[in-house]
Design a binder for this molecule. Structure first.
Ligand SMILES: Nc1ncnc2c1ncn2[C@@H]1O[C@H](COP(=O)(O)OP(=O)(O)OP(=O)(O)O)[C@@H](O)[C@H]1O
Ligand code: SF4
Ligand SMILES: [Mg+2]
Length: 343
């Protein structure tokens, strides 16, 4: 697989003690007609050769339209899905070949908060059992100590002691998400994959949950992979951001620079769609309306995945897949014509 520039820079980072997670050329393909002969088989390339790294204590935002592969990336990092190719380096250890038993300590270190707080909680378990399950699996606390730990966790996420004997259906959406967060934190993780944790919640509670996640991060020294649909949602919380499109990373950059100076045509279009709250301030660029179809991740066309919608497309774009290249410090872009477009 290609991606030499980023591979080189991420390899250098493998000795970097600041890096907690390093994803190298990760791919996850789903077979969509497995009964046919191998040569006729079709694959849905949900995640296709992506590389990025997350530093200890930071929040890495992963954004992109529905179906671009964000959740699959999160699930493959946790080995809930087996990777088709690539490496998942956690503190320098490649998780991709580990057996279930070998993965167990890493399952404690890495937890996930899900988009739908109702579907992700077992409706027949009390809050006490939901939060206590991981504590038992990893043999962390027993008896009175375990009870105290559960009280401490519910308190940390803004719930009350008396809530522990209730069932998920007795709570609001925001409260259920707090239970999901307490469950994730119960095993004292280092990395939390937050998969659109607020998108199913009322706007009125979204900010509360984000603020709480930030407070918990500061208090517990957590590292977040924060998945969201659009850039406006991750702007506030992310230190660095990856923009995904049909299974590929198009741009990876520190958050401030990405909003100031987006270089990929897809990121530029996404940012142009974010309304500016101050009526006096106007954005330099007009809103970019993307035309053309989003291509299917099933046997995608050669070349750039964005070519079907890109106004700058040239012949090379449909022939050669652009690699993610570091154009300035901590700013990676996958576009053949990026220099020309941003002259
Ligand atoms: N278990 C699976 N089997 C087959 N295809 C899958 C599976 N999970 C996801 N996909 C497909 O992989 C692609 C990426 O899906 P994924 O759920 O990762 O996207 P997403 O970016 O998280 O989308 P959303 O924003 O809607 O949550 C989609 O085309 C989806 O249909
Ligand atoms: S590689 Fe070509 S099609 Fe892809 S974003 Fe750049 S200019 Fe557009
Ligand atoms: Mg998803």
């Amino acid at each position: 697989m290609a991606d030499n520039n980023l591979s080189q820079s991420t390899q250098n980072a493998s000795v970097d003690k600041d890096v907690l997670l390093q994803v190298k050329n990760l791919a996850k393909y789903f077979s969509v007609n497995s009964s046919l002969r191998k040569s006729h088989r079709k694959y849905l390339k949900a995640v296709d050769d992506i590389s990025f790294q997350i530093k200890k204590g930071e929040t890495f935002g992963l954004v992109g339209e529905s179906g671009c592969g964000k959740s699959t990336t999160g699930r493959t990092i946790l080995r809930l899905y087996e990777p088709t190719a690539g490496q998942i380096m956690y503190n320098g250890v490649d998780l991709s070949p580990l057996s279930d038993r070998q993965m167990l300590p890493y399952r404690k270190k890495m937890q996930m908060i899900f988009q739908d707080p109702y579907a992700s909680l077992n409706g027949r378990m009390t809050v006490n059992d939901i939060i206590g399950e991981g504590i038992e699996t990893h043999d962390l606390y027993k008896g009175a100590e375990k009870t105290e730990r559960i009280y401490d966790l519910v308190n940390h996420v803004g719930l009350k002691k008396e809530h522990v004997n209730r069932y998920p259906h007795e709570f609001s959406g925001g409260q259920r998400q707090r239970i999901g967060i307490a469950r994730a934190l119960a095993v004292e993780p280092e990395l939390v994959i937050c998969d659109e944790p607020i998108s199913a919640l009322d706007v009125s509670v979204q900010a509360q949950v984000v603020n709480m996640l930030e407070d918990l991060q500061n208090e517990m020294g957590l590292t977040y992979l924060f998945i969201a649909h659009d850039l406006s949602m991750v702007k506030h919380i992310s230190d660095r951001i990856g923009v995904m499109y049909v299974g590929k990373l198009m741009e990876v950059c520190n958050s401030e620079l990405l909003y100031e100076n987006p270089l990929h045509p897809y990121t530029q279009a996404l940012l142009s769609a974010i309304p500016i709250p101050d009526p006096i301030v106007t954005r330099n660029n007009q809103r970019i309306i993307l035309e053309g179809d989003v291509q299917s991740p099933i046997n995608p066309l050669p070349g750039c995945r964005f070519a079907t919608r890109c106004m700058y497309k040239q012949d090379i774009c449909t022939q050669v897949t652009p690699e993610l290249r570091e154009l300035e410090s901590d700013h990676f872009v996958a576009c053949h014509l990026v220099e020309e477009i941003n002259k």
